[in-house]
Design a protein around this ligand. Structure first.
Ligand code: TRP
Length: 446
């Protein structure tokens, strides 16, 4: 195997992981999940799951990646035995599916940035505008543009491509988003919006937990880029002196803070425009929020800034998904980076075509997103938790201990968190999501 590239700077890894984590999950998906599952009630469950499930699973991916210095398929082939050597395939499959629709949605977001600059939100009606952007040839073209951008960055490699671009992107996202949140706080609907978003009603959680829990878990995995080996891949380029728990804490905290801030932007804008119908699903930021931007002063430019942030965030996340599959082709099949990246770009573009082209409605989006996000990611995370929790415990603790001088009994605390609560919650969530997914397929095709 050729000499493996590694992160050029100490901060490179953290920035790249934050770049992966912060994306459509935080700014497109998070607000509509909050809207669908009862505002602050969802927020609380989500925060709990990020800390109790997301963080331990992220450490699993880090330890496996740094130990093996391999892509996720190769990593499990190297350390696993029997069926464990095959787990990496779940990741590659998830990567194909996620990236294919991720690029489509990111293309719509790109388009909405341009629409804001022209001051045209909700021209001809917000719903009709979204349908014309989200289907047919327009949507295929923006999908192609976004895919080409991903291919370009990933083709330059992890130092010159990924690390270089996230160094610009991550600070830009944070600065712009904070600016928008401050602005949103001055709007007249802010007070009402904060009440909706920030004061949880425990009764709502208790009454709806069977719905909130699976949705919040899927959201936590998606937003932290867990369950398909991104963090395995990024940590595989990492030196042994890094404190994985510390890096993980920074990454999780930043990702969560950014999702939270996205809510601080979206809800005040909506309430100010008196559009309180928040449960709009995947079209939420394109229809309700775009409508709201068209109703407030300077909404065009504010909206353009908002959608520009999302575009940047989506790009740095999409490159991480691509990197998983590219690193697999490079490591395992000796393909050069450039041809590997271009070939994958084309194949994934084609896989995403149904989602891009579908003229009315978002059925294919629901089919792809439900399969990858609520099933494959949870399955991937569950298998990894079982593997380190019960099978390769020593390897996990040893690897985590490198770079942490006083790990002490924290290693076992981590292992026991994986062994019982993480596995039980993920089993419940996987069952619920599989049933829910089946029902949604019947609803669409049956
Ligand atoms: N975390 C990204 C987001 O929030 C999406 C993403 C990137 C992802 N890599 C991933 C999701 C790997 C699941 C798995 O938009």
């Amino acid at each position: 195997m050729a000499q493996r590239e590694s992160w050029a700077t100490r901060a490179g890894f953290i920035l790249a992981a934050v770049g992966s984590a912060v994306g459509l999950g935080n700014i497109w998906r998070f607000p509509y999940q909050v809207g669908e599952y009862g505002g602050a009630a969802f927020l609380v469950v989500y925060l709990l799951l990020v800390a109790l499930i997301g963080f331990p699973v992220m450490l699993v991916e880090f330890t496996i990646g740094r130990r093996t210095e391999r892509n996720p398929v190769g990593a499990l082939k190297q350390i696993g035995e029997g069926a464990w050597t095959k787990v990496g395939w779940v990741f590659v499959l998830a990567g194909f599916v996620i990236l294919s629709y991720y690029s489509v949605v990111a293309g719509w977001i790109l388009r909405y940035t341009a629409i804001g600059l022209q001051g045209n939100y909700a021209a001809g009606g917000a719903g009709a505008q979204f349908m014309s952007v989200a289907g047919g040839m327009d949507s295929v073209v923006t999908h192609a543009i976004f895919m080409a951008a991903i291919v370009t960055v990933v083709a330059f490699g992890i130092q010159q491509g990924i690390e270089f671009s996230v160094k610009l992107m991550v600070p830009a996202i944070i600065a712009l988003l904070i600016g928008l949140a401050v602005y949103a706080g001055t709007l007249s609907g802010a007070g009402e919006a904060y009440a909706y978003y920030l004061s949880p009603d425990l009764g709502t959680i208790a009454a709806n937990w069977t719905e909130i829990l699976p949705a919040a878990a899927a959201q936590a995995f998606f937003t932290l880029s867990l369950g398909m080996g991104v963090m395995i891949t990024y940590a595989s380029y990492l030196g042994e002196d890094r404190n994985l728990a510390k890096d993980g804490t920074i990454i999780v905290a930043l990702d969560t803070a950014i999702a939270f801030t996205a809510g601080l932007v979206a809800f005040p804008v909506l309430y100010t425009a008196e559009l309180t119908d928040v449960a709009a699903g995947p079209s939420f930021i394109f229809v309700s929020l775009a409508q709201a931007f068209s109703n407030i002063p300077f909404g065009g430019i504010i909206g353009a800034i908002f959608f520009a942030i999302v575009t940047i965030a989506a790009l740095s996340s999409a490159i991480s998904i691509m990197e998983v599959v590219v690193s697999y082709l490079i490591d395992e099949h000796g393909v050069d980076r450039l041809p590997a990246t271009i070939a994958l770009g084309v194949v994934i573009f084609v896989v995403g075509l149904p989602v891009a082209y579908e003229p009315e409605g978002l059925n294919w989006l629901v089919v792809y997103d439900g399969f990858a996000n609520s099933i494959l990611l949870i399955l991937g995370g569950l298998l990894l938790a079982i593997y380190i929790g019960w099978v390769a415990t020593d390897l996990g603790i040893e690897e985590l201990g490198k770079g942490i001088h006083n790990l002490g009994s924290w290693g076992m605390v981590w292992i026991w968190t994986l062994r019982v609560p993480v596995i039980i919650v993920l089993l419940i969530v996987l069952t619920q999501n599989t049933i829910g997914y089946y029902e949604s397929l019947v609803g669409i095709f049956g």
